[in-house]
Design a protein around this ligand. Structure first.
Ligand SMILES: [Zn+2]
Ligand SMILES: [Zn+2]
Ligand SMILES: [Zn+2]
Length: 347
C-alpha cells in the first residue's frame, strides 16, 4: 500500500497529512441545501430600519450626489440611508479602556492583561443575504474600503497592537447572524499565528535577504497550486494546507499591511475576493468558511512580512487527533483544490 504525504508548513512549522491515497473531490463536500434552513427567523438587528437595535455607528457610508460620504452616528441620531454601517459589537470580546487608562494599566505583566480594545461589526449591505460571492462589485469595494478606514482609525490608538479583520460565513463557521457582515477586533498584542509568521519571515530574510511571501509568489505563480492571478494579486492554495479548499490571496506588491493600497488595487482586491469566493461557493455549494487578513503594523517587520488574506473553508471536523496533536489531516490535496477552483473561475 502506498502512503499519504506528510508536508511541513513552511511558515508555522507543523506537519500536515495530505491524504493523496483516499483523496476526495471538492464536490464530495457539497452540503444539502437545507442545512442552514432552521436559522431563526426573528427580527434582524442589522437590517435597514432596525438601526436602534445596535449601538450608534462608528462609520457609515452614504451616497450624496453620487459620491460616497463617510459619517458617524452622533447625538443619539441614527442615519437610515447607509450603504455600509459599522457598529460596536453589543457583546464585545475586547472593550475600549475607561478614559485615561494608562498602557501600564492594561498590560499588567507578562502573563496578565485586560482585554482592552475594540470589537466592531461591519454590515456589508442593506440587503440581508448578499454575501461577497454575489455582491455587486462597487458594494464590495465599499466593504473593503470600510475595512481599511476602520483599521486606519483603530491603529492610531496607543493600546492597539493588532487589528484583526475577519468574516464568518455560515452557522457552522460561527456566524450567529445571517445578515452579511464582517468583524474587526483591535487588540493590545500581536496574535500568536501572525507572530509565528513574522518570525518565519524574519528567519528567511536573514538567510536569503528576501521576503518569504515574495519568494512564494514567484514560485507558486508557475506551479500546480496557482488558483488565479491578475495585475495586483496572486491566489494560491498553500503547500501544507490544513483545511480542505483553503486558499490565500497575496498582493504582488510587497507591503506589511493593506493601508497603502491604491483605489485601483483596492478594486482589484475586491474583484479577486469575489471571483474566488464565487468559485468556492459554486464548487462546494456555499460552504461555511472563515476568512481573515494577516498583517502587521510593526515597522520593524517592514522587510520580512507581507500581508495576505486567508480563506479557510470549514469542510472537515477536527477531532481527537487534530485537537490533541496539532497535526491536521487534509483530504483534498491543495493541487486538486487549486485545479478545481481555477477551472471554475475560468469557466
Ligand atoms: Zn438582516
Ligand atoms: Zn514580500
Ligand atoms: Zn497568514
Amino acid at each position: 500500500m502506498s502512503h499519504n504525504e506528510l508536508r511541513k508548513d513552511f511558515l508555522l512549522g507543523g506537519w500536515v497529512v495530505i491524504a493523496t491515497e483516499r483523496a476526495r473531490r471538492p464536490t464530495d463536500f457539497a452540503k444539502r441545501t437545507d442545512q442552514n434552513a432552521n436559522v431563526s427567523a426573528s427580527v434582524c438587528p442589522l437590517c435597514p430600519g432596525n438601526e436602534h437595535m445596535t449601538p450608534p455607528a462608528v462609520l457609515i457610508y452614504r451616497k450624496v450626489n453620487g459620491q460616497i460620504v463617510r459619517e458617524k452616528d452622533q447625538n443619539g441620531f441614527r442615519h437610515k440611508d447607509w450603504l455600509i454601517r459599522c457598529v460596536p459589537n453589543l457583546y464585545p470580546a475586547f472593550a475600549p479602556p475607561k478614559a485615561e487608562t494608562a498602557i501600564e494599566e492594561i498590560m499588567k505583566n507578562d502573563s496578565f492583561a485586560l482585554a482592552v480594545g475594540h470589537h466592531e461589526v461591519l454590515i456589508e449591505s442593506r440587503v440581508h443575504d448578499v454575501h461577497p460571492a454575489d455582491a455587486e462589485l462597487p458594494q464590495l469595494v465599499n466593504v473593503v474600503n470600510a475595512y481599511f478606514d476602520r483599521m486606519r482609525e483603530l491603529v492610531e490608538k496607543p493600546y492597539v497592537k493588532y487589528v484583526s479583520i475577519f468574516r464568518n460565513h455560515g452557522q457552522q463557521a460561527g456566524a450567529s447572524l445571517t445578515h452579511a457582515h464582517s468583524q474587526l477586533i483591535a487588540i493590545p498584542f500581536v496574535p500568536s499565528t501572525v507572530a509565528a509568521e513574522i518570525r518565519a519571515g524574519a528567519h528567511f530574510w536573514r538567510k536569503n535577504r528576501e521576503c518569504i511571501f515574495c519568494d512564494l509568489i514567484e514560485k507558486e505563480s508557475i506551479g500546480p497550486r496557482l488558483v488565479h492571478q491578475n495585475s495586483d494579486f496572486v491566489v494560491i492554495t498553500p503547500y501544507a494546507s490544513k483545511n480542505p479548499m483553503e486558499f490565500w490571496i497575496i498582493p504582488r506588491k510587497h507591503a506589511v499591511n493593506p493601508l497603502n493600497l491604491s483605489q485601483s488595487e483596492t478594486e482589484t482586491f475586491a474583484q479577486t475576493l469575489r471571483s474566488t469566493l464565487k468559485a468556492l461557493k459554486t464548487l462546494v455549494n456555499d460552504p461555511p468558511y472563515n476568512y481573515g487578513i494577516h498583517l502587521t503594523i510593526d515597522k520593524s517587520a517592514q522587510d520580512c512580512y507581507h500581508w495576505h488574506l486567508e480563506v479557510l473553508p470549514k469542510l472537515a471536523i477536527w477531532a481527537g487527533f487534530e485537537k490533541s496533536t496539532g497535526v491536521y489531516i487534509n483530504t483534498i490535496p491543495p493541487e486538486t483544490a487549486a485545479r478545481e477552483l481555477r477551472k471554475t473561475i475560468e469557466s
